[in-house]
Design a protein around this ligand. Structure first.
Ligand code: F6P
Length: 498
């Protein structure tokens, strides 16, 4: 049914970006959406009236409206696991039951933070948050982005099973003044449990008599946490229907709420809630996540772009590309549709990126002159995150805007080594400031864009079976050593003396 629509999208004559501006004096206004302190400029993409009409047809055929309503009403949107996806309820935008449950669990988290502050865990100065993937990336991003003016607790996030990370994190921590938060949706993740065991050992060696008394669990599997030894009263549960990579809004966000304060956490939730409402109700061409998804699909499907690049022109958002890699690639890196049929087209592109201006002096050569077309996303803030000479911030923004202009404009030269093809697409997200509410809105924008991409492709974005095989083989190696694997793997295991 969608084959005709895709054919129409593919056959829509493509115009050069500069021609699109020439033929429509209002293009910037028409292709810019302002929402929740964020200005989304899609005008330097190849989307035009013809493509927007064709994508609107696709949205209709794939029932984007219906899928959105399912998401916001707590219906099953993750068919392979038979689950709803209730991260929106954490922001107050789900079914009444889901919202009530989310609020009750958030209140429990708030209560625990109050109790910690009141000294029930001793004099806590440090929080050691242990988790991986969705149980680490969100808290890490938020603390780095929003905690630069000071944190109420010195907070470190440890994810890698390489204990070099743990050693580095605890180097300046006093074990007697440390609260360990073990974050794992399933409470079965090898890396997290191994790091948690070692953290307990570190506390014991540091003279803490009852290390479990300084440990809390953030999980959707409280019974597993209890089996592991965590006291029921020190568990902050969350709903099974909140996906791991969508979980910073619930108790996985504990270190954020504790270190930045409850007020900041609420602002974060409210920023995301505003973006939820926008995504749910704005018409397609005025809907930031939907427009972004249309552009994503155009480049991945029609222009066959295999990657998209995200550059944060703000040091506070330097971890955003890492966060987005999991959100976008774990959600939409699939080869089958939600029904298990072959997808038959490209899935999500590879998400990668870095920070401006550093990336300009490292990878931008390829963006400007390489043979690949790579849609670029620039994210910047009008307001700086420092009190140094404003010239720094002006230079940062000037560079950000110059790169987008250069990608589009290009330049011909008799010397081909000095020629730039131009007509290379970019989007720019200009934030008023990097505040909790704006960052909440920004992350929710990316969540909904990922969801819209999935719906339009027919993918289930909420499972991640692709990570299981490697885990299974790792267990096999741990149990059986080198026997029973391919010759290369067996030789590596033997060479490492495992
Ligand atoms: O292996 C992938 C994954 O399941 C992610 O989806 C998840 O965010 C991460 O591992 C951590 O899982 P958990 O929170 O259950 O420890």
């Amino acid at each position: 049914m969608t084959a005709n629509i895709w054919a129409a999208i593919e056959n829509t004559p493509s115009k050069k970006l500069e021609a699109l501006f020439d033929e429509d004096a209002q293009r910037v206004d028409g292709m810019t959406i302002s929402q929740s302190g964020l200005r989304f400029d899609f005008s330097k993409t190849h989307l035009d009236a013809g493509l927007l009409l064709a994508f609107a047809e696709l949205a209709k055929a794939m029932d984007l409206d219906g899928a959105r309503e399912k998401l916001f009403t707590g219906a099953v949107v993750n068919p392979t696991e038979g689950r709803a996806a209730t991260h929106v309820a954490e922001r107050g935008n789900g079914s009444a039951d889901d919202v009530a449950q989310a609020k009750a669990l958030q209140n429990r988290m708030r209560g625990l933070i109050d109790v910690i502050e009141a000294g029930a865990f001793g004099e806590i100065k440090h929080i050691l948050h242990i988790g991986i993937g969705g149980s680490a990336l969100g808290p890490k991003l938020l603390i780095d982005a929003l905690g630069r003016d000071g944190l109420r607790f010195d907070t470190k996030v440890v994810s890698n099973v390489d204990a070099t990370a743990l050693a580095e994190a605890v180097k300046d921590m006093d074990p007697k003044a440390t609260l360990v938060a073990v974050a794992s949706k399933t409470f079965t993740t090898t890396e997290t449990l191994m790091n948690a065991e070692s953290a307990l050992e570190w506390m014991r060696e540091g003279g803490v008599e009852d290390p479990y008394g300084q440990l809390i669990a953030l999980t959707a599997a409280p019974e597993k946490a209890m089996e592991w030894g965590v006291d029921q009263n020190r568990i902050l549960p969350f709903a099974e229907s909140v996906g791991g990579r969508y979980s910073l809004w619930c108790s996985i966000g504990f270190p954020v709420a504790a270190a930045l304060g409850w007020g900041a956490f609420e602002e974060l939730l409210e920023g995301a809630a505003e973006m939820d409402r926008h995504f749910r109700s704005a018409p397609l061409a005025a809907n930031a996540p939907v427009m972004a998804a249309f552009a994503d699909l155009y480049y991945a499907q029609v222009r066959k772009c295999q990657t998209r690049a995200v550059f944060a022109y703000d040091e506070r958002l330097r971890l955003l590309p890492d966060y987005l890699q999991q959100l976008e690639m774990e959600s939409n890196g699939k080869s089958v549709t939600a029904d298990g049929a072959p997808l038959g087209r490209a899935s999500a592109p590879v998400t990668w990126g870095g920070v401006g201006t550093d990336a300009q002096h490292a990878v931008f050569q390829l963006l400007h002159q390489g043979t690949h077309t790579i849609p670029v996303e620039f994210i910047a803030s009008k307001t700086p995150g420092h009190d140094f000479d404003p010239a720094h911030h002006e230079t940062l923004l000037i560079n950000c805007f110059a790169q987008g202009a250069a990608l589009m404009r290009g330049r011909d030269s008799a010397d081909k080594a000095r020629s730039y093809a131009g007509d290379r697409p970019s989007t720019t997200i200009l934030m008023d400031d990097v505040t909790p509410s704006a960052v909440g809105a920004l992350i929710a924008f990316y969540e909904h864009r990922t969801f819209a991409n999935a719906v339009l492709l027919g993918i289930n974005p909420f499972d991640q079976f692709g990570v299981e095989l490697g885990k299974e083989i790792a267990r096999g190696i741990a149990e059986n050593g080198p026997d029973g694997f391919d010759p290369s793997t067996s030789a590596l295991i033997a060479a490492a003396g495992l």
